[in-house]
Design a protein around this ligand. Structure first.
Ligand SMILES: C[S@@+](CC[C@H](N)C(=O)[O-])C[C@H]1O[C@@H](n2cnc3c(N)ncnc32)[C@H](O)[C@@H]1O
Length: 324
């Protein structure tokens, strides 16, 4: 029964709320440290994310933030560091025990951080598939290591919900595992492995397409890091599956007529003798100066077969500075 995996997931996180499990979603992403931010030990032990969704560049002008799937509350505390207003961060979770645990952790954070007040975070009981949040009411909507658990139809619903609650030009920030090898059915439908964020991973292009199909016009791949290996013998798979964790930001801006702009860290450099190169689609390359370009533009420039235009491969660590 497909619905059962959602119940299994709730039970996994009920347990993870009651008994912190340090290795649950262990990641190589360093934990953000900011001046005068002290993260309580219990929040670090309950860091069940697989990357980071906190990026200072997204967080100017005291944004209103939604965070779905609160875990121990560490990222909500980090978001509050930038938002610093009553109810500036809304935390939604479907598991009562997780809401209670994070509430306790915020009290601990209050004791350790003079700038922080628990009222900066408003916790709401609710489901990612039906958010208790008004339309177009938040600037940033984040989730870390929850959406990969959802099967495709539920993932579509969860993404649509994030799109609905974001203001125009607002940002969806996600971190999830991805895998380029196909996930064997035996693992894909293993409710427990899915709930543990191990077997719901999609190939990166499919994951991005799910996001752009909802209507997000711009997507940025901010990081891609090694995450786990599902080894034959230990897992029911005939081949090793390499999981990576990605950090992605998607902007709710209009869809360009020629399709979404997906930035994966590609750069174009003009090496010719003219004053500049103009592709007449909004990109002017100055001699020997790098210009960050989206994959669509990189492909168009490559297709010109112009020896004076060099286009770099994807780094998957894009951090702004481009024009598509
Ligand atoms: C893998 S943990 C990630 C926690 C947190 N984002 C972090 O980075 O530490 C998944 C979180 O999503 C919550 N969750 C599970 N199913 C949910 C659902 N359908 N709607 C909202 N939250 C859900 C769990 O209770 C848990 O807090």
């Amino acid at each position: 029964m497909m619905q059962d995996y959602l119940e299994t997931t709730k039970n996994i996180y009920k347990q993870a709320a009651e008994t912190p499990d340090v290795g649950l979603c262990c990641t190589t992403t360093p934990v953000w440290a900011f001046p005068e931010l002290s993260i309580p030990r219990i929040m670090l032990d309950m860091n069940y994310g697989c990357g980071s969704t906190v990026h200072p560049r997204d967080l100017v002008n005291s944004p209103k933030i939604l965070y779905v799937g609160v875990g121990g509350g560490m990222e909500l505390l980090q978001f509050s560091y930038f938002s610093r207003q009553t109810g500036g961060v809304i935390g939604v979770d479907v598991v009562d025990e997780m809401l209670e645990a994070s509430h306790r952790n915020f009290k601990e954070a209050e004791a350790q951080n003079t700038w922080f007040n628990s009222s900066f975070v408003e916790l709401r009981k609710g489901d990612a598939l039906s958010l208790p949040v008004d339309d177009e009411s938040v600037d940033v909507a984040a989730q870390n290591c929850l959406f990969n658990i959802f099967h495709e139809e539920d993932l579509k619903t969860a993404l649509k919900e994030m799109y609905r609650v974001l203001k125009p030009r607002g940002r969806l920030v996600l971190s999830d595992p991805v895998a380029e090898q196909p996930m064997p059915e035996s693992l894909k439908y293993d409710e427990r492995l899915r709930g543990l964020c191990l077997s719901g991973a999609l190939p990166l292009d499919d994951y991005i397409k799910m996001i752009t199909d909802i209507g997000f016009g711009t997507v940025e791949i901010r990081a891609k890091r090694p995450y786990r290996i599902l080894k034959p013998g230990k897992y029911d798979t005939p081949y090793p599956i390499y999981l990576e964790s990605v950090e992605v930001s998607a902007i709710k801006d209009p869809m360009p007529e020629d399709g979404p702009c997906v930035f994966t860290g590609r750069t174009a450099i003009y090496t010719g003798d003219e004053e500049y190169f103009d592709d007449h689609k909004g990109h002017v390359l100055m001699p020997n100066q790098p210009l960050a370009v989206c994959d669509k533009t990189a492909g168009n420039l490559d297709a010109l077969n112009n020896v004076d235009i060099w286009v770099s491969p994807s780094t998957y660590h894009y951090d702004g500075g481009g024009c598509c």
